[in-house]
Design a protein around this ligand. Structure first.
Ligand code: SAM
Length: 280
């Protein structure tokens, strides 16, 4: 019986056979722990269909193929396409697309998959150099109920941070405005080939029922970033800079019921939503 791609021995064999080396420029770290790939796929709510960003040599893709009716994987590195054709040949439910995920038509793909298979989840071991842009691209699609991703521990801490903590930032507010965010488990550096210097964490995002257009969400994110622009400054000072009007800023804060001397990192997502509502 063929060993799973994510076993350390099979990964080493595949890399040697194809003369491959992990490319830093593409953020390549291949998972070499089949227990982890299976656990992630099992927890990903991907029974119907799933989109993966960066299949690499197919370690997580294989686990997803075992748990989902259909897998679509976007890979930007053309050298990996023949490898994936070979390693994933036992699976007839995997579609590999040679494309930069940030340039794909995600909405059209999600529509197509949801029509054919039911719901569409996202599950990936994300390339660290574009973690945030990839996530924000996915956030724009409200029809993806579950996103389960491996990210660097620091990024995970920031997304999951609560008000008052040093990690709490605009990123935390934006993520938590749209999703319930949970840390599922940590993944040590030794579970990858090559081993990265930092540990990783599996984050899971469950979409909330936010009845706002992408335009409104964008405006809220813009306001949030302005409020966190200078962390040492009060909310009033950051807001005044953003609106260019001190009196208006005072009345917005008063209407929202937020004391002007507070700092953004002390405010909950709901507080920032109140400021946004008052601005309208
Ligand atoms: N999923 C594999 C695993 O877990 O072993 C590989 C994960 S590796 C951290 C990230 C993968 O994303 C690499 O295969 C890399 O080539 C790919 N990648 C990097 N940038 C990408 C992009 N813009 N679009 C699609 N894939 C990308």
């Amino acid at each position: 019986m063929t060993r799973l791609i994510a076993t350390p021995g099979r990964t080493k064999e595949i890399l040697e056979t194809y003369g491959l080396r992990a490319k830093k420029g593409f953020g390549q770290n291949f998972l070499v722990d089949p227990v982890i790939t299976d656990r992630v796929a099992e927890l990903a709510h991907c029974e119907d269909s799933v989109i993966e960003i960066g299949p690499g040599i197919g370690s997580l893709t294989e686990a997803l193929a075992m748990h989902s009716r259909h897998v679509t994987s976007y890979e930007v590195d053309s050298d990996l396409i023949p490898v994936l054709k070979d390693t994933l040949s036992p699976y007839d439910n995997v579609e590999i697309l040679l494309q930069d995920f940030l340039e794909c038509d995600l909405d059209a793909k999600v529509k197509e998959l949801s029509k054919k298979y039911g719901s569409t989840a996202v599950c990936a071991n994300l390339p660290y150099y574009i973690t945030t842009p990839v996530l924000f691209r996915i956030f724009e699609n409200a029809s993806i109920p579950w996103i389960t991703v491996m990210v660097q521990k620091e990024v995970g801490d920031r997304f999951a941070a609560k008000p008052g903590g040093s990690e709490y930032s605009a990123l935390s507010v934006e993520g938590q405005y749209l999703y319930s965010i949970r840390k599922l488990f940590n993944v040590p550096g030794r579970s990858f080939n090559p081993s990265p210097a930092v540990d990783s964490v599996i984050l899971q995002f469950e979409r909330k029922d936010v009845q706002k257009s992408n335009e409104e969400i964008k405006q809220f994110f813009e306001l949030t970033r302005a409020c966190f622009k200078q962390r040492r400054k009060t909310i009033y000072n950051n807001l005044r800079e953003y609106t260019g009007d001190g009196q208006k800023s005072l009345s917005i804060l008063e209407q929202a019921g937020i004391p002007q001397g507070k700092r953004a990192q002390e405010l909950s997502v709901e507080d920032l939503v109140k400021i946004h509502e008052a601005m309208k």
